[in-house]
Design a protein. Sequence first.
Length: 182
Amino acid sequence: MDFVKNSTIESDTMKISVQKLNINNCSQATAIYNYYVENTTATYATIPVSEKEFADYYKIEDEKTVAYRYFLDGIEAGFGLLKPYDEKKQAFDKTYEITLYLHKDFCGKGLGKEIVAHLEERAKELGLVTLISIISTENTESCRLFEKCGYELCGHVKKAGIKFERFLGLYFYQKILEDMDI
């Protein structure tokens, strides 16, 4: 079941190439992620990961995960994915987590909004109902991005982890894609 297609996203301001993210092409995505591990509180990981660890953590080879690489002007600018929120509990089958990371040089240029919109379209194709983004409370840029994309703050966990010798909280944002009856 391959819902991931190579394509192009065209908006009024940019042309973005999209490719499937997999274990064989995840070196740049891993490097982008490791930048955030080492320099920010956007992720709670504190130790950089190998490509295999990255692929395993995000389950990019799992048939239920939808994972992409995003290119702007031929440069790999970030990655985004949809993965089951809790695949061990069948009641969550229509709820996925949405995640994206941009190379630091591509932040603030509107690319994040295009990636969220692209992932939401794939989610609708999969028949998903709810998307959840779990964001560090210090990651105000991601909070603003998801709010601009119509996500609502639906939860706050205080002192969820420790990084750089301080406590960090988590915000849960959600968006209902389809208001469907059972």
